[in-house]
Design a protein around this ligand. Structure first.
Ligand SMILES: Cc1cc2nc3c(=O)[nH]c(=O)nc-3n(C[C@H](O)[C@H](O)[C@H](O)COP(=O)(O)OP(=O)(O)OC[C@H]3O[C@@H](n4cnc5c(N)ncnc54)[C@H](O)[C@@H]3O)c2cc1C
Length: 318
């Protein structure tokens, strides 16, 4: 049996490791667009803050991944999949598969705000190269604006602050973390950030970014100094491969309880998959789905075991 896994993030990597254990005879191909290896995405804010060395992010280097017993294709993006012919195409060639696992993750959403998409001053924090680019730009005293005061936005803002930047946070909700905190806790968090030197704008809507003057304008006319803009406005599943192949997609690639997509022999797991109408967007959920799909393919279980995930918010210690 030939199993192709697209994506070597948490979902794809744990799937491959479990597939190898479950099916020693199977031929496993692992593709990833990036050449960097398997790394701890959720620790990117620590790397950005300068509190975690880059090498500590790497859970398995490409050399270590070679021991997983898969045919590795790192730095080789998959450009198309064809469920009818059971083939996939990459930038380097065409490969046949009997079973395909899509674990292509998600990307950071950049809202269509004038000035945001075209500027080299505007960044996101999703992949290791994003963090590398931000680290290279961090200079003490520089101004930065973080669009989005959710958990990831606050973490990233704190990281930039640790690097010595002067950071503004812009949040559309009337207070910080309205879903995670009551009004009193939210007020304490706001004063902690303000006392630490952040400028926090709540109930604020960004109107446009003017790269030439390095200023972000809010709808009420306020100009926020921003030689660097970090957008943290949520994620969107990577749907292109699935949509182009005619797979049923909603916000994610729609899967049933057995992680099967609408095409025979094609599964989807992790941040790209929509299970029970939801994309979990969590490391542990991606790992669990990766391992579950390997068990399902091997016939050890028939469906993803139901589980509730309650991640603990990682907030700065002031
Ligand atoms: C800054 C940050 C902080 C986070 N903090 C937390 C946290 O505290 N707790 C938590 O639970 N979760 C956290 N998360 C979320 C968690 O990291 C993700 O849910 C998890 O990494 C998703 O894993 P995945 O394998 O589904 O997707 P990804 O990790 O996105 O991996 C997908 C892989 O697919 C590859 N790929 C994409 N398209 C193609 C293609 N066409 N061909 C080949 N390869 C392709 C990509 O290169 C990538 O390596 C955080 C995420 C970020 C970015």
């Amino acid at each position: 049996m030939k199993i192709a896994v697209c994506g070597a993030g948490a979902a794809g990597s744990y799937a491959v490791k479990r597939l190898r254990l479950n099916l020693p005879e199977a031929e496993i191909l692992l593709f990833d667009a990036a050449p960097v290896g398997f790394y701890a995405k959720m620790r990117l804010p620590e790397y950005l803050a300068g509190t975690l060395p880059r090498e500590k992010l790497i859970l398995s280097s490409p050399e270590q991944m070679a021991d997983w017993g898969a045919d590795l294709h790192l730095g080789e993006p998959v450009t198309a999949i064809d469920p009818a012919s059971h083939k996939l195409t990459t930038v380097a060639g065409e490969y046949a598969w009997d079973i395909l696992v899509l674990a292509v993750g998600a990307h950071a959403f950049v809202p269509p705000i004038p000035g945001l998409s075209a500027s080299p001053r505007v960044h996101v924090l999703r992949e290791l190269p994003d963090a590398d680019a931000l680290v290279a730009l961090c200079e003490p005293g520089k101004t930065a604006a973080v669009i989005g005061g959710g958990l990831l936005g606050l973490e990233a803002a704190w990281s930039l602050h640790k690097r010595g930047l002067s950071v503004s946070i812009i949040e559309t909700a009337p207070r910080l973390l309205p879903l995670q905190m009551n009004e009193e806790e939210s007020a304490v968090l706001l004063s902690n950030f303000t006392n630490a030197g952040f400028k926090v704008y709540t109930g604020a809507v960004v109107d446009r970014f003017d790269a030439a003057s390095a200023r972000l304008f809010l709808k009420d006319g306020t100009a926020v100094p921003a030689s660097l803009v970090l957008v943290s406005a949520g994620i969107r599943a990577n749907l292109e491969l699935a949509k182009n192949a005619g797979l049923a997609c909603n916000r994610g690639i729609v899967v049933d309880a057995a992680l099967r997509t609408s095409a025979p022999d094609v599964y989807a797991v992790g941040d790209c998959a929509e299970l029970n109408g939801a994309i979990t967007g969590l490391w542990l959920a991606s790992k669990d789905q990766g391992e579950a799909v390997a068990d399902i393919i091997a016939g050890k279980i028939s469906a993803m075991p139901p589980k509730t995930y309650r991640p603990k918010p990682k907030l700065p210690v002031f």
